[in-house]
Design a protein around this ligand. Structure first.
Ligand SMILES: [Fe+2]
Ligand SMILES: [Fe+2]
Length: 188
C-alpha cells in the first residue's frame, strides 16, 4: 500500500486504470475525483484511436471531426466548465499548484480552439494529430500532477468537492460516446 493513505473510511481510495499511470502501475484515485477520471478515460481512448488510425495524410477526416465535435458537445464542454468552476479554484488554494492550474487553464483555451476547428471542419490531418497529442498531454498532467496534489485536501473537503463536481457534471452523465464505423480501431 502506498505510504500516506488515510485510514478514514469516508475517503475510499480506488484504483483507476493504468491509462493514467505514469509508470504502468495503477494510481490510487480518491473516489470524489473518479467521475472526472472516467471522462479522462473516454478522451484518452479517442486520442489513442486518432494516434493509431490517422497516420495516412489521405484519411477521410469527416468521421473523426464529427466524433470530436460530438464528444466535445456531450461531455468535454461540461467537463472543462466543471474543472474551471470547481476544481481549479480548489487547487489554487495550494500555492505549489497555482502555476500548474494556470497552465491547465491555457490548455483548455488551446483545446477549445481545436474543438472549434473540428466543428468548422477546418482541422487538417496534422492538426488532428496535434489535437490528440495536446489533449492526452493535458489529461496526463491533470491525473499525475493536479489530482495527486489535490488529494492533500481533507476527507471532508474532498467529499464537498465531489458533491459540487457531481452537480456540475450531471448534464454529461447520460452521454454515450461510441466510435463510428470509420473511426473504430480494428485488429491488425
Ligand atoms: Fe482539463
Ligand atoms: Fe480533465
Amino acid at each position: 500500500m502506498r505510504a500516506g493513505l488515510s485510514p478514514v473510511r469516508d475517503v475510499v481510495k480506488m484504483l483507476v486504470t493504468r491509462a493514467e499511470s505514469s509508470d504502468n502501475h495503477p494510481v490510487l484515485r480518491d473516489k470524489n475525483l473518479i467521475p472526472l477520471s472516467h471522462q479522462h478515460q473516454h478522451a484518452l481512448a479517442l486520442c489513442a484511436r486518432i494516434d493509431r488510425g490517422t497516420h495516412s495524410p489521405d484519411i477521410c477526416l469527416e468521421p473523426w471531426l464529427a466524433e470530436i465535435q460530438f464528444i466535445f458537445d456531450q461531455e468535454i464542454r461540461i467537463h472543462f466548465a466543471a474543472e474551471e468552476k470547481v476544481l481549479f479554484p480548489a487547487a489554487e488554494a495550494f500555492a505549489d499548484l497555482r502555476a500548474l492550474v494556470a497552465e491547465l487553464r491555457q490548455d483548455h483555451e488551446t483545446l477549445r480552439a481545436f474543438f472549434s476547428r473540428a466543428a468548422a471542419r477546418t482541422l487538417d490531418q496534422p492538426g488532428l494529430r496535434e489535437f490528440a497529442a495536446t489533449l492526452s498531454r493535458h489529461i496526463r498532467k491533470e491525473e499525475r500532477q493536479l489530482f495527486e496534489g489535490m488529494q492533500r485536501l481533507s476527507p471532508a473537503q474532498l467529499v464537498e468537492l465531489g458533491a459540487r463536481l457531481g452537480h456540475e457534471l450531471a448534464a454529461a452523465s447520460q452521454a454515450c460516446i461510441v466510435p463510428s464505423e470509420a473511426t473504430r480501431l480494428r485488429a491488425k
